[in-house]
Design a protein around this ligand. Sequence first.
Ligand code: ATP
Ligand code: MG
Length: 431
Amino acid sequence: MAQKIQAVKGMNDLLPVEQKDFKLTAAFWQAFEDTVNRWTKRYGYRQIRTPIVEQTGLFVRSIGEETDVVGKEMYTFADNAGKTSLSLRPEGTASCLRAVVEHDLTYNAPQKLWYMGPMFRAEQPQKGRYRQFHQVGIEALGFEGPDIDAEIIAMCADLWAELGISEHLTLEINSLGNREERAAHRAALVAYLTAHENELDEDSKRRLKTNPLRVLDSKNPALQSICNAAPRLLDYLGEASQQHYAGFKALLDGLGIQYVENPRLVRGLDYYNQTVFEWTTDKLGSQATVCGGGRYDGLMEELGGRSTPSIGFAMGIERLLLLVHEYGRLNADVVPDVYVMQQGEGSTLAAMKYARELRAAGYDTAQYSGSQKLKAQIKRADQSGAHFALIVAEGELSDGTVTLKDMRGTHGQVTVPAQDLIQTLQQWKSE
Ligand code: ATP
Ligand code: MG
């Protein structure tokens, strides 16, 4: 036998059935996609789909060269005989804004957009952390807030409620202020951390040089007291930033949405300012963040567009669905209403016709394919979970009757004129 070829490490197949170490099925996924389609529509957001590959420079410029995502995790390759560097997208915001600027989508009006799809990061795979993972994100472009900041939080809260996982998610918020305020804080932070440099771990020493704000993100228990005592961004906010943040919190309070203020919440990417937030859970180990986002008022301009105040978030679909699978609710029922079987000469074509008739009448109808005996077919019908079965038999073709079987209920098995098929089913269903 030829050797089997396996999937790339950290990249999952979605199957019709659950896998031992990956419980999410394609049907579960699709049910989630349906939920997302309805949810975004309810809020008046419109979908955007961009390519999975972009010029590497897009991510370097928007996400930042010194971030882990761009510095360590991108899948980058040469194209065009080595003349162009391309990368698989590690997140959706850069591509979305690239497209908005390219097509001048915000020329006439602000835009409320959403996207969904695969992202790629070369990370160490573990539960809730993959090399191909998926995100749903929204981007609200051209809104100053803080009303839009609160709207997108409420939007998340509604989705958690619909999926039955509200009690497992905590909203953490912070404000990063504007560029000048961040610069002032950064100077104080660097001075403070430099004074404590020999107490830092290697990772933090590196970040102190490249991206000092990220030191505050450290999960190392030994660094917690240093980080907690570090200069806080909140203390550097000017009046406008304070007002924005206060307005945001007042709206959350008014909407009855609970939150925890986390002055150390900085987010991993360079482009954020003002409001930032994360929804975290204690149910997924160290893969705690299910959804994160914030404002990136300078990003459109940085990508060559007009200055456009903007905010967005992205949620990790795998992490979210692992939570929903274990603690929440999502109806991923793919059971057919009717299972059609055939027996004997001429019955296949007749069965196909009846099956199409049933589908046209709105019944999800699976048909047996093959040439096994009726007994084996009935076993398949049972395995399909179908509520009803239709048996099209050679002997009944000439007198124009078919046999209906109630697989789960109390109606038993009846033979009826073919033209009464739909009507009989309707009656059974309503009883
Ligand atoms: P983490 O700190 O867990 O690495 P992050 O800050 O890198 O997350 P973001 O760039 O903010 O993540 O992406 C938004 C969301 O996408 C995350 O909150 C998470 O739910 C999901 N996500 C990010 N990276 C992965 C991954 N490698 N596998 C699965 N989901 C991911
Ligand atoms: Mg990460």
